[in-house]
Design a protein around this ligand. Sequence first.
Ligand code: ADP
Ligand code: MG
Length: 236
Amino acid sequence: MLKLDGVTVRFGERAALDAVDLEVAEHETVCVLGPSGSGKSTLLRVVAGLQPADAGRVLLGGADQSGVPVHRRGVGLMFQDHQLFPQRDVAGNVAFGLRMRGVSRDRRAARVEELLELVGLPGAGRRSVGALSGGEQQRVALARALAPEPRLLMLDEPLGQLDRTLRERLVVELRELFGRLGTTVLAVTHDQGEAFALADRVVVMRDGRIAQTGTPLEVWQRPASEFVARFLGFEN
Ligand code: ADP
Ligand code: MG
């Protein structure tokens, strides 16, 4: 589904991504873990087309994406500060991407309700986003990202602003939802508990490079380096 081939992104002297190779299979959920500044967000931005690569290639479904604009890549994005449109109601937010794609009014209404049910907010379409709790806003942002049926859903610290109890619950719900929909997911977090709960496979990043990749169990049981072990919180 997704392949990065030697992708490098530089900001001045510093490489935010340094010749990164990565593959994500269809229906797989991959979580990118790593300390702040390790290049996680840059990785998502380069796949989305929000950030050009200085070297290397991004392929989606086998096709090179260089020169393909953001809205043609078929990826859904959800950021930490989910940036809902405060002047629109819940339905208006969820329908946003559908309207852009020219889906008819009736189809939009049906699809919005379907999506709201999916994220556990049935009948919430007419509510104002300002009146929602943080967790509810997060669900609306997720429904909005899922609306255009992206072939790849990318989440950047999606639950970052929520309290731990709510995050733990949402992670379980998300995992169940992605499994049911067969969504391909590339998610970024600095929280290993979240990554381990959500992911089929985790990728640990350090200074723009991949320090280790494997199933959560593999990485947990056999950290590839002292850096990974430390990051996972093992003391020596
Ligand atoms: P993470 O998401 O893991 O915290 P980022 O991908 O945001 O890391 O950043 C990786 C590195 O690239 C950091 O050193 C950051 O300061 C730098 N960086 C990211 N975006 C920019 C930018 N637009 N301009 C300059 N430097 C940037
Ligand atoms: Mg980031």
